[in-house]
Design a binder for this molecule. Structure first.
Ligand code: CTP
Ligand SMILES: C[C@](O)(CO)[C@H](O)COP(=O)(O)O
Length: 396
């Protein structure tokens, strides 16, 4: 559970769960793999939305509903994300949602957001709008106003009429509801065929509000949808660079933690967490690249939960935020500044550890060390400093 999620739970906010339906077979798209497991922008389609929910501060837990045959594909797609175990779906989308809701009954969330795995371009702002509307309504869905003229067409291909498009909206997901209402509505609707969860709540007499969706939040249904989605990931996207800097004072102890590894030493480093200046600088560099604040905002030093905490927790959080934006860490460059302990012999271990924490290729992580020629606080051995840059690409 992330820092923000734990904080939310502590503030007594409604317990909100995201349920991602991913048990479909993708017949209209065809091909050997169900569409949610095809690779888009270097990651399985399903992973895109799972990452958004997993990193969202107002979502307490995330569960996917999958086809039982897809377990190995799911395991690969969800690797490293903090999720509830998946549950098996049913023959139709509606069955999969109902089974997913039943599986959450023991957890008794206050609210649930249902999302199609086949909508990989979900962004946190759409989730925010649905959640905000749920404060006032039992149901809220993102939707986009219908812009084209609508024709009713007969079996012979001839137009039989023009449909008045005023008041018509295209429904998207995630669709948010008060959990007990939606579970009851789905149980009551078993046997009817309804294509979204808003329709299920409407059938039970529940009010559902529209909030602005996003044109980019499309569902991948056909080969043409997939091609269009792939084109969005072509080209460099937007490249951003962030920088990070950190210092910790030397104090009593018999080791320091630097760049995620423990190094025996005649002193320690003083800090609220494990005082790993290296990981702190890299973490702040990543936050900087995506303009997501700094380590102190996400993990306040006044918070007892982070006392003695291993700093890989902070770094993983920054990596998850990049992923939730559909981005990728292209390169990290860390410089450790101290006379002692000697970093050179540990450079490879630090490089591998940072790469491992973030799931990166080691070639994307540079670790360097320097002294300040015995000048200043690092030169006198009073503290260790670190500076880092992070280069991140975000989809265009
Ligand atoms: N039995 C089903 C059918 C659909 N879905 C999910 O519902 C979402 C929207 O459905 P759709 O786009 O229609 O997906 P498929 O059913 O896979 O596509 P098709 O109808 O072309 O087979 C998808 O994320 C899909 O995996 C599901 O969980 N269980
Ligand atoms: C729920 C939905 O995404 C709303 O647009 C859509 O109805 C699901 O897809 P399907 O093709 O109707 O199963």
């Amino acid at each position: 559970m992330t820092a923000d999620r734990q904080a939310g739970a502590r503030r007594g906010e409604p317990k909100r769960v995201a349920l991602v339906v991913a048990a479909g077979r993708g017949y209209r798209l065809g091909g050997e793999l169900p569409k949610q497991y095809l690779t888009l922008g270097g990651r399985p389609i399903l992973r895109h939305c799972l990452a958004v929910f997993a990193a969202h501060p107002d979502i307490a837990a995330v569960r996917a509903v999958i086809h039982p045959d897809d377990q190995p594909l799911y395991d690969q797609a969800a690797r490293g994300l903090d999720l509830l175990d998946p549950v098996p779906g049913g023959a139709e989308r509606q069955d999969s949602v109902r089974l997913g809701l039943e599986s959450l009954a023991d957890l008794a969330p206050d609210q649930v957001l249902i999302h199609d795995a086949a909508r990989p371009f979900l962004t946190p702002d759409v989730v925010d709008r649905v959640i905000a509307a749920l404060d006032e309504q039992p149901g809220a869905i993102p939707a986009v106003a219908q812009a084209d003229t609508l024709k009713r067409v007969g079996a012979d291909g001839l137009i039989t009429g023009t449909v008045d498009r005023s008041g018509l909206w295209r429904a998207q997901t995630p669709q948010g509801f008060r959990f007990p209402d939606l579970l009851a509505a789905h149980r009551a609707a078993a046997g009817q065929t309804l294509t979204d969860d808003a329709a299920v709540l409407e059938a039970a007499g529940g009010a559902v509000r529209i909030v602005p969706g996003a044109e980019r939040n499309v569902k991948i249904t056909t080969v043409e949808d997939l091609r269009r989605a792939e084109r969005r990931f072509q080209g460099p996207g937007e490249v951003r660079v962030g920088s990070g800097f950190d210092v910790h004072a030397v104090g009593p102890g018999d080791h320091v933690t630097l760049g995620g590894i423990r190094i025996p030493y005649e002193h320690g480093l003083v800090g609220h967490s494990d005082a790993d200046v290296g990981l702190h600088a890299v973490t702040d560099a990543i936050y900087g690249a995506i303009a997501a604040g700094d380590i102190g905002r996400h993990f306040p030093p006044t918070d007892e939960r982070w006392k003695g905490a291993p700093s890989d927790v902070f770094l993983r959080h920054a990596g998850a935020l990049v992923e939730a934006l559909g981005g990728r860490i292209l390169h990290l460059d860390l410089t450790l500044i101290c006379e002692r302990p000697k970093v050179g012999p540990r450079r490879a271990a630090i490089t591998s550890r940072i790469a491992e924490i973030l799931g990166l290729d080691g070639g994307r992580v540079a670790v360097k060390a320097t002294t300040t020629e015995q000048l200043g606080f690092t030169g006198r051995g009073e503290g260790i400093a670190a500076q880092a840059t992070a280069t991140v690409s975000l989809p265009g």
